[in-house]
Design a protein around this ligand. Structure first.
Ligand SMILES: C[S@@+](CC[C@H](N)C(=O)[O-])C[C@H]1O[C@@H](n2cnc3c(N)ncnc32)[C@H](O)[C@@H]1O
Length: 321
């Protein structure tokens, strides 16, 4: 099976949002964010007056923009809500199950390092697992300071090295190495199904290919019990199972299905690699906090956020003068 270059990060995110999930923790949290996370955001929205501007950076499918809109509606007011993302987002068309994005302005293919807002024009910048993805955090931070000026606030929920998400990441990486580098199970599945379709990708014969595929699968299944948090592995099993089922009826259709499955898994691997670079250790968080204080945001507060006791979801940083 031809393997192209790894997908670009922004393309990998575009693919996720186009699939319709509302937010990037959709495997762990159903519907929109709730509990402590929603409480944190609602406390920020509480400080806003009617008509004030909220800018959600790295908004994805607009989960946080929707929370802001819902909060304002409960108070019988409107905010001027914007969602910005480097990916090719379009929440009104792609987000499934969402009520209505009316009144929210989305800015696709817009990087947080260069925001289309005037200095001091934003009352609240929000970032939920987004700011830390910037490859150049300092310019992104300066840009946020510029748009909030000396009266606005910026609030971040940040990926941290002590969170549940980063604990599962090690297993996800191991699963990726097994799938893509060690067993090359998708290549083997492609060769096997191709041979069933009457066009062997190798001269070694169908029996040999089938044997190689089966030993790769056995190895993956054996590894799976030690990697219970590796969601990508479970997804790959599902895809492989469905490919083989389809191959009984139509090998050509199965090959097309497998190509799409591979695409999806490769995009997920790219997002996991991006996530690994985004996770901040506790020292980095403290440095960021200090930096905000020294920049004149003297009331900035850094705190851990646990969704329920023992389930850390990251750290919050509220940047205010
Ligand atoms: C983990 S997702 C978070 C999405 C959303 N905030 C949520 O909680 O569901 C990170 C998002 O940040 C975006 N992103 C990464 N780097 C960016 C940048 N430099 N400028 C703007 N968006 C960026 C990605 O495209 C992706 O949609």
């Amino acid at each position: 099976m031809p393997t192209g270059p790894a997908p670009l990060e922004s393309d990998a995110w575009s693919r996720l949002w186009r699939a319709g999930v509302l937010h990037s923790c959709s495997t762990a949290i159903e519907g929109n964010y709730d509990g402590e996370i929603a409480a944190f955001w609602n406390a920020r929205f509480n400080g806003l007056q009617a008509g004030q501007r909220v800018v959600d950076i790295g908004t994805g499918n607009g989960a946080l923009a929707l929370l802001a809109k819902g909060h304002a509606a409960q108070r019988g007011i409107d905010f001027d809500i914007h969602g910005v993302d480097a990916a090719d987002i379009d929440p009104p068309h792609w987000a499934s199950g969402a009520t209505s994005f009316d009144g929210i302005t989305f800015h696709a293919r817009t990087r947080m390092e260069e925001l289309p807002f005037e200095a001091g024009s934003v009352a609240l910048v929000t970032s939920q697992y987004a700011f830390e993805y910037s490859r150049t955090r300092e310019p992104a931070l300066q840009e946020i300071f510029r748009i909030i000026g000396h009266a606005g606030t910026a609030a971040f929920l940040l990926h941290s090295s002590d969170s549940l998400i980063s604990m599962t990441l090690r297993q996800q990486h191991e699963a990726c190495a097994l799938l893509f580098d060690e067993t090359k199970i998708l290549d083997l599945a492609h060769q096997w199904v191709s041979s069933l379709a009457g066009s062997p990708a190798s001269s070694q014969g169908t029996a040999h290919i089938q044997h190689a595929f089966q030993s790769g699968s056995t190895r993956l299944v054996a590894a799976a019990s030690a990697l219970p948090e590796a969601a990508i592995l479970r997804k790959a099993f599902h895809y492989l199972h469905a490919t083989l089922e389809q191959a009984q009826g139509s090998p050509w259709q199965a090959l097309q299905y497998l190509a799409n499955a591979r695409d999806d898994l490769e995009n997920e691997r790219t997002r996991l690699q991006h996530l690994a670079g985004a996770i901040m250790d506790l020292r980095e968080l403290e440095v960021l906090h200090q930096h905000c204080i020294e920049a004149g945001y003297a009331s900035s507060i850094l705190r851990p956020l646990d969704q329920v006791a023992g389930s850390r979801m990251g750290w919050t940083l509220v940047v205010s003068p």
